[in-house]
Design a protein around this ligand. Structure first.
Ligand code: DAH
Length: 358
């Protein structure tokens, strides 16, 4: 009768454990029901031993011991199965029932080994145009200039009219302009910032203005968006000598003291007189090469003395003040300095180009 009770407990334990499977919470319930310290069935069966007549104690005791060992072993086995499911689960997918939080572990193979070296991060590099811009800014900051900024979406007044380029002026045709529906335009040069600064500031003025400009143009040497840097100096008694000395100092600092600087007569509506500025070819020492088209000279910037009509347009007394201005293409300088053959490569976003400047 009593050993039969042991058999009953054994088979109900096995059935309960079977249905608990690898569910941690269910396995724990089975353990409490059978092997729990206070009210587990094994306790009850042990208590029963004392009530048995002596001749039955021996068989029952042995059977009870076997049952205890079996239950212990089976519970250990079940707990291992629970642990394996946790370990072999996909990372981050496990929620162990009865466990306070989701346990994030990988499979045995994919578990994170924090001692492994990390994935290397690619190092960024400064864009060649930005490098040139910074170099030029540094040269002028040392000479006491301020760096100014202006809008890329401009109005006709600042981009053209204030710079002595009236609506019917042929210079408008040189600069294929992107017009916006509301009458604004994308600035075709950085010169409008000259006008903006002179409108709001009294001389003396010493500024450089780097920035993006836009023209409807695209080939090996032209891109619809490119970069310029503008310079402006206004004060009493400024002459062409100041312009020439400033540009020479600048170009020597940018390229080398060895380069010769040449001013050629030129034309810009906003300067009078105007000059195109060339440097002796840095590639062939003026013997003539592909870069200078055999001439020995490379055209590098436009400049001149600020036209009195510009001063009048922005409200500066042209009897009292004179000044000079200049403008150059940053991309062109970057191409020259770094030997980049196609302007469009500068804006293709290909890291194989920029990485070389790290
Ligand atoms: N704005 C001219 C251009 O886009 C460049 C330039 C020439 C700027 C002469 C100046 C200047 O300030 O004086 O081609």
């Amino acid at each position: 009768m009593s050993t039969q009770r042991l058999e009953e407990v054994r088979s109900s334990f096995l059935a309960d454990l079977e249905s608990a499977g690898a569910d941690a919470e269910a396995v724990e319930k089975v353990r409490i029901r059978y092997a729990g310290r206070r009210s587990g069935l094994l306790n009850e069966l042990t208590a029963h031993l004392r009530e048995l007549p002596n001749e039955k104690k021996r068989d029952y005791g042995r059977g009870l011991n076997e049952l205890k060992k079996e239950i212990e072993a089976k519970l250990t086995e079940a707990n291992m199965a629970v642990r394996d499911t946790v370990v072999n689960a996909e990372p981050g997918q496990i929620h162990v029932k009865g466990h306070p939080s989701t346990v994030s572990v990988g499979t045995a193979e994919s578990r994170i080994d924090v001692t492994l070296p990390g994935t290397p991060l690619a190092r960024g590099a400064e864009h060649p145009v930005h490098l040139v811009r910074r170099r030029i800014e540094e040269i002028f900051l040392r000479m006491g200039y301020d760096v100014e900024d202006g809008p890329e979406v401009e109005d006709d007044w600042h981009n053209f009219e204030a710079l002595n380029i009236p609506p019917d002026h042929p210079a408008r045709d040189d600069q294929d302009t992107f017009y916006l529906a509301d009458g604004h335009l994308l600035r075709t040069h950085t010169s409008p910032v000259q006008a903006r600064v002179m409108e709001r500031r009294e001389p003396p003025i010493r500024i450089i203005v780097p920035g993006r400009v836009y023209r409807r143009d695209s080939d090996l040497r032209h891109s619809p968006m490119f970069h310029q840097i503008e310079g402006l100096l206004v004060d009493e008694g400024i002459t062409v000598a100041h312009l020439k000395a400033t540009l020479e100092t600048f170009l020597h600092a940018l390229f080398s003291d060895e380069v010769d600087v040449r001013l050629r007569p030129g034309y810009f509506p906003f300067t009078e007189p105007s000059a195109e500025v060339d440097i002796s070819c840095i590639f062939c020492g003026q013997k003539g090469c592909g870069v200078c088209s055999g001439s020995g000279w490379i055209e590098i910037l436009g400049s001149g003395m600020v036209d009195p009509r510009v001063f009048e347009a922005v409200g500066i007394d042209s009897e009292r003040y004179t000044g000079f201005a200049f403008g150059l293409g940053l991309d062109r300088v970057a191409m020259l300095v770094y030997g980049i053959p196609d302007l469009r490569q500068l804006f293709a976003g290909d890291q194989r180009l920029t990485r070389q400047f790290a």
